[in-house]
Design a protein around this ligand. Structure first.
Ligand SMILES: *Cc1c(COP(=O)(O)O)cnc(C)c1O
Length: 489
């Protein structure tokens, strides 16, 4: 902007009376704010913010003028569009709409990826969402026992609920499973060695790689076994006076097939106990598929390790995400033996990563739903339980509705596969039926872009040059939102 102003001075000094100085065509900010066409924007975002948007816009145009990317004619066209209307106000409105359209907001997911990290992983059950909203909007009983008036701990009730659900002695909740893993490592193995199979040196996503995580937690990684095979003897051979912890990490986002061997958590836990060492299991998904009243086993996920079995293995603690297959709000849950849980609670790191009241309220209600025999109602489960037959019916009905939008639309229904997502259950697919959607005037990418930018945003999948709409991940009300979005194009 400073550069632009400098140019403006130079232009003036050049003093060519014949040339229009385009910088002088730019309106004053205060004058813009007083225009009738800008009044709704001022009302929507407030005068100060609107002023900042106007300044930004005029600043950008100044830079374009200084760069030569924009000339007087071009600017004139922008200031008054073809219809003679206020072009600046129109561009300003579009900018503000785009700016306000960014950020966290509800979206329609028809990608078929149930736990889509980009779209917030597990959507919440209405009763869970209501509990979260209620906790957010008022004071709430968080660290006080309302029956005695004494101070207590924010996750005491959650701990009791998880004990009933999965048979652990106690549990605590932190921000996410990555945080839970760091807390466990820092509590049990700081300044010592952590023994982990070379087949489990996983990267969970982004920059969360096991070796780096260990370094952050101040523990020294001792990799044992080979990528494809690790036996119990590999673990016992690695134990030294420096060993602090035996760790198992579930390979939640990839699969090793062929000549493989993996040591069970139970065997590792027994070995640890025999040497007076702790052992922990970074499980990731926290899946329940049986042994809980009212749960219908989810087909295809039989191979996914179960939370209850991980707890029963006898290790000191199991870490899992609240918002993967468990189906609740984002959290890192640590369930295990009382002593180990207390050790982690006493670590000052716990205070820095503990969970907030809103997520805690949601998690309590999530676990209650499982205990009430209503676990299948949790959207993450309910969506995965939808059968290919049921989805075929939904897809065909939807296809008819899209055809009804006009002759520019071309739709067909095809068998496809959905995914659990979120790095859960690698190689597992759920049979579904998808719509292939084509529009006479738009390419697949244009169509997908327009849907994403719309209100509400709709996320589709584009493969083989066609937009695919998987009805598996439609939530209540989404069918109408999707048709509205298509209708607006
Ligand atoms: C997903 C995952 C994590 C990270 O969980 P977040 O809740 O996303 O932090 C850690 N460990 C394993 C094994 C996982 O699958």
């Amino acid at each position: 902007m400073r550069y632009a102003l400098h140019m403006e001075t130079q232009n003036r000094e050049a003093g060519d009376p014949a040339a229009v100085n385009p910088f002088r065509m730019l309106p004053q900010v205060d004058e813009v704010l007083q225009r009738a066409a800008v009044a709704p924007l001022v009302a929507a975002v407030g005068r100060d913010l609107c002023r900042a948007y106007v300044q930004d816009l005029l600043g950008d145009w100044r830079v374009e003028l200084a760069d030569g990317a924009l000339d007087a004619d071009g600017l004139a066209a922008r200031l008054a569009d073809d219809a003679g209307a206020d072009g600046l106000a129109r561009v300003l409105a579009a900018r503000i709409a785009r700016e306000r359209g960014r950020g966290v907001r509800p979206a329609v997911n028809v990608t078929g990826v149930v736990l889509h990290t980009g779209l917030g992983r597990a959507p919440q059950h209405p009763e869970v969402a209501a509990a979260m909203a209620a906790a957010a909007g008022s004071y709430c009983v968080l660290e006080v026992d309302r029956y005695t008036g004494k101070r207590n701990r924010r996750d005491d009730r959650l701990s009791d609920l998880l004990a009933r659900l999965v048979g652990c002695e106690a549990a605590i909740a932190v921000n996410n499973c990555a945080a839970a893993t760091i807390l466990a490592l820092a509590t049990f193995a700081r300044g010592k060695e952590t023994v982990l199979s070379r087949g489990e040196l996983v990267e969970i996503g982004g920059s969360f790689r096991m070796p780096d995580v260990m370094e952050q937690a101040g523990t020294h990684l001792v990799g044992v076994g080979a990528t494809n095979r690790t036996r119990l003897g590999d673990y016992s051979a690695a134990l030294t006076a420096e060993t602090g912890l035996l760790l198992k990490v579930h390979r939640s986002n990839f699969r090793i097939e062929g000549f493989t061997e993996e040591t069970s958590m139970e065997d590792i836990a027994n070995l640890a106990k025999a040497h007076g060492l702790p052992s922990v299991y970074d499980l990731g998904a926290g899946f329940l598929n049986e042994g809980v009243a009212g749960l219908t086993p989810i087909e295809g996920l039989e191979g996914e390790p179960l939370l209850s079995e991980a707890i029963a293995s006898g290790c000191d603690a199991v870490m899992f995400s609240g918002d993967k297959l468990f189906g609740g709000p984002q959290a890192g849950l640590i369930a295990g033996q009382r002593g180990a849980i207390e050790d982690m609670r006493r670590n000052p790191l716990y205070r820095a990563i503990r969970l907030d009241k809103v997520s805690l309220a949601g998690l309590e209600r999530t676990v209650e739903l499982y205990l009430e025999g209503r676990g299948d109602e949790l959207p993450a489960r309910a969506l995965m339980l939808r059968s290919a037959d049921e989805l075929k019916g939904v897809a065909e009905e939807l296809a008819g509705a899209v055809r009804g939008l006009g002759s520019a639309w071309e739709v067909s229904v095809h068998p496809e596969r959905s995914q659990p997502g979120s790095g859960s259950a690698p190689g597992v697919y759920l049979d579904t039926h998808v719509l292939h959607v084509r529009h006479a005037d738009r390419s697949a990418d244009e169509l997908a872009d327009a849907l994403r930018a719309g209100d509400p945003p709709v996320f589709t999948r584009v493969t083989d040059g066609v937009v695919k709409v998987d009805p598996r991940t439609l939530l209540a009300g989404d069918r109408e939102r999707l048709l509205d979005a298509l209708g607006q194009l």
